[in-house]
Design a binder for this molecule. Structure first.
Ligand code: PMV
Length: 333
């Protein structure tokens, strides 16, 4: 028997960093997916084949005499630890141990803040549970995905595996999730090609908050209010164009505040400004910043914005919100 499952990437629409201080955040699944085939093997071992997992690759730097190579091999290895923990947890839940071969292909760049680790964990849980005949709801898969993150990372809000398992739009506050009605957002994601460390960026914001509470605390409060306002707009009975215009403005304010907290980089801001100049209603960092990705809201202007992102040195991805989270694609008896 063979099972193929897939799970989507996510973007944080509003509220990264302020969410660390108990403010709400809004995140959505997008239609870049990780695919995982799982099959029982006869040698009794767990084997993981990473066919294509989109690591940015090789960095080369030069000094007077030497050339330095750095690979993203470490990141690839990290992805595999999510897969291993996911397989182990599902086998524990099912009360069965078997040799399983898992084979992964992914459209989601690793380390870009798009939730590639959560997607691979969720798709693995889906495929292996299908293989072992364990029936899990999307919410149960999300909970197992959160446990995988806690095992591998030590800490996690759980927002990534929840969005990846459940799909659509989620409003998140203090560990609780509310599904928002999914609206089609014409967005373009721009990847800088480098990645920031979420841990270091969170620490940087905490340091400024501790050193200058009078200045930084109102910025974080304001970011929380942006999320509340965005939720109101998403739920309101406005027409689409008014919703897009208001959400775009909120995105721009949110980006300015993230920049004020020091988590933007020149390449992120270049992509943000290039998108706005090409007609996006709003553009902002998504995720921790320091590299990684931004996204632009660009109704009717997606291809122009994608070109502008490319010219500004980024990798554009025209993508849609994915209503569907975990999907079982194929079951071969
Ligand atoms: O880049 P990501 O997807 O890891 O986003 C991190 C979001 C933060 O708010 C910066 C951290 C967090 O734990 O919520």
């Amino acid at each position: 028997m063979k099972v193929l499952a897939s799970a989507p990437a996510k973007i944080i629409l509003f509220g990264e960093h302020s969410v660390v201080y108990g403010k709400p955040a809004i995140a959505a699944a997008i239609d870049l997916r990780t695919y995982v085939w799982a099959e029982v093997n006869s040698d009794g071992k767990i084997r993981i084949e990473a066919k294509d997992i989109k690591v940015p690759g090789l960095t080369v730097s030069f000094s007077d005499r030497e050339i330095y190579f750095e690979t993203d091999y470490g990141k690839a290895a990290e992805v595999l630890s999510y897969v291993r923990e996911a397989i182990n947890l599902v086998m524990d839940e099912a009360g069965q141990r078997k040799g399983v071969t898992v084979s992964i292909t992914s459209q989601i760049p690793v380390g870009a803040g798009l939730g590639s680790s959560a997607a691979v964990a969720v798709a693995t849980i889906g495929a292996v549970s299908g293989l072992l005949g364990l029936e899990l709801s999307r919410e149960e898969v999300a909970k197992l995905g959160h446990r995988v993150e806690l095992l591998v990372q030590g800490a996690s809000s759980g927002i990534d595996p929840t969005v990846s398992a459940v799909g659509g739009f989620l409003y998140y506050e203090n560990g609780n999730f509310e599904g928002l009605p999914t609206m089609e957002l014409p967005i373009v994601v721009g990847y800088t090609g480098s990645s920031g460390s979420t841990k270091e960026l969170v620490a940087k914001v905490r340091k400024s908050l501790e050193e200058m509470p009078d200045i930084v605390s109102p910025i974080i409060d304001s970011m929380g209010k942006i999320v509340e306002k965005a939720r109101e707009v998403i739920l309101a009975d406005y027409d689409r164009s008014l919703k897009f215009e208001l959400l775009g403005r909120l995105m721009n304010i949110n980006h300015g505040l993230l920049d004020a907290l020091g988590v933007s980089t020149k390449s992120l801001s270049d992509l943000v400004y290039a998108s706005r100049e090409a007609g996006a209603l709003g553009a902002k960092i998504t995720g921790a910043g320091g590299g990684g990705c931004m996204y632009a809201l660009a109704p009717g202007r997606q291809s122009e914005v994608a070109t502008a992102i490319k010219i500004a040195g980024g990798m554009p991805m025209i993508t849609k919100i994915s209503r569907e989270g975990l999907r079982i694609e194929v079951v071969e008896k």
